[in-house]
Design a protein around this ligand. Structure first.
Ligand SMILES: [Zn+2]
Length: 419
């Protein structure tokens, strides 16, 4: 029997508020447009930092990184300078689907690999290295293979040819849509589907969105048109008792310059490498005071925390002050690079605060902050034309629970809307 009050959550990775608004008004996304008219449509604050692993972890747990423990795509293994990818096992707060009685279908939420047993179905999202650990129950694997399901577009194709990339992106999207239609027929109370191709498309082809005469402008729109058709399908299949929550995890904008924070820290003497010809993490030298992990998380090289830690507890505040003034005064092309410098205590709370970066930076318009050790200059421009933004993700809610939407919602508030 049909259950009452079902919830459908559609995630559009990286889609900014104003892009969705624009495409809805221009009839590229008419179904989304009609939902905007009926529902509540607001800007959504992303996590800090504004990356998918952190933001989606907050969306599904309702917690901040100080509680759920996901601070970025990469971390250092405790007590080492060895990089590791935190995964779903590192998430210290339960996702919402562990807290409801009914069944869930969860498709392609980033950072939910490896899958765990749940009451329902779960196909994990980026990064999912082994297909056998990406699907619960594993009995679905043959059918998914039949549908040619893939977790992510092969972004390496974009480095060879944007045409190959777009073809692969389209294949990935179509397979995801086939999988959505198949699993929709299951019994569920909550259905969550995240489209992540939007983020990849906007990284490589943000300029194709902005420039109507761009060779790939129509391809860009076509991707969103196909997603809107799915939204139309969902809309026609749910009843007035149900709720539809659409959201993105962060926004996007034009990328002017990549800024390499570890290069800055090296140039200003905060970061030292044992051998500059080999800029690797195992090469961090003792006098290092601070280093950055992607995108712009600053860690003090504390004594007793890291193997070659050099910062004494009593020097901490002074170094944080020096770093803050360094970041606040940084200019490239006569423009201020850093919008905000946050101390961990300002943005996080919870039992895992100790593991948090000491500072987190948010870039000003156009500046894409990065933390590779390998950069040999402060500013550069790579293949990407779009970059993440922190303050203009979107939230669109239609249904019985619109009164649960806060005035200025953040990614951690989404779970509360489901109540
Ligand atoms: Zn991205």
């Amino acid at each position: 029997m049909r259950k009452e009050k079902r919830i459908v959550i559609i995630g559009l990775d990286g889609v900014p508020y104003r892009l969705l608004k624009g495409l809805a008004e221009k009839s590229v996304m008419p179904n989304t447009g009609s939902i905007i008219k009926e529902g509540i449509f607001r800007k959504l604050q992303s996590s800090i930092p504004e990356v998918s692993s952190v933001a989606w972890s907050s969306v599904i747990t309702g917690a901040n990184p100080g509680e759920h423990g996901i601070f970025g795509f990469m971390d250092l293994a405790p007590g080492t300078y060895r990089l590791r990818f935190p995964n779903f096992n590192d998430l210290k707060k339960p996702p919402f689907w562990n807290k409801i009685k009914g069944k869930s279908v969860i498709i392609n939420v980033p950072s939910t690999y490896p899958v765990k047993e749940l009451n329902g179905i779960h196909i994990s999202g980026f990064i999912s290295p082994r297909v056998e650990k990406s699907v619960y129950p594993a009995t679905l694997l043959p059918e998914l293979k039949e549908l040619d399901y893939r977790v992510d577009v092969d972004s390496s194709k974009a480095h060879k040819s944007l045409e190959l990339f777009l073809a692969d992106l389209d294949k990935t999207l179509k397979a995801r849509i086939r999988t959505f239609r198949w699993l929709w027929e299951e019994d569920w109370e909550i259905f969550m589907l995240v489209f992540t191709g939007t983020d990849r498309l906007m990284h490589f082809l943000w300029d194709a969105y902005e420039d109507k005469n761009h060779r790939y402008h129509q391809d860009f729109l076509s991707h969103f048109r196909q997603i809107d058709e799915v939204i139309g399908e969902v809309k026609s299949k749910i009843s007035n008792q149900d709720s539809l929550i659409m959201l993105s995890d962060h926004g996007f904008e034009h990328l002017d310059k990549d800024i390499y924070i570890n290069h800055l820290l090296r140039r200003e003497g905060f970061l030292k490498l044992q051998d500059v010809r080999e800029p690797t993490w195992s090469n961090i030298d003792h006098p290092t005071k601070a280093f950055a992990l992607d995108p712009a998380r600053i860690y003090l090289n504390l004594k007793n925390k890291y193997p070659r830690g050099a910062v004494e507890p009593e020097d901490k505040e002074g170094i944080l002050r020096d770093l803050r003034s360094l970041f606040n005064s940084l200019e490239v092309d006569n423009k201020k690079v850093i919008r905000d410098v946050y101390r961990k205590e300002e943005i996080y709370s919870g039992l895992l605060l100790e593991q948090a970066p000491d500072l987190v930076l948010i870039g000003n318009k156009g500046f894409n902050l990065k933390a590779t050790l390998k950069a040999n200059k402060l500013a550069d421009k790579g293949i990407f034309t779009g970059k993440h933004t922190q303050d203009d993700a979107f939230l669109l809610v239609k249904g019985y629970n619109i009164t649960n939407v806060r005035e200025n919602p953040t990614v951690s508030d989404v779970v509360d809307i489901m109540k």
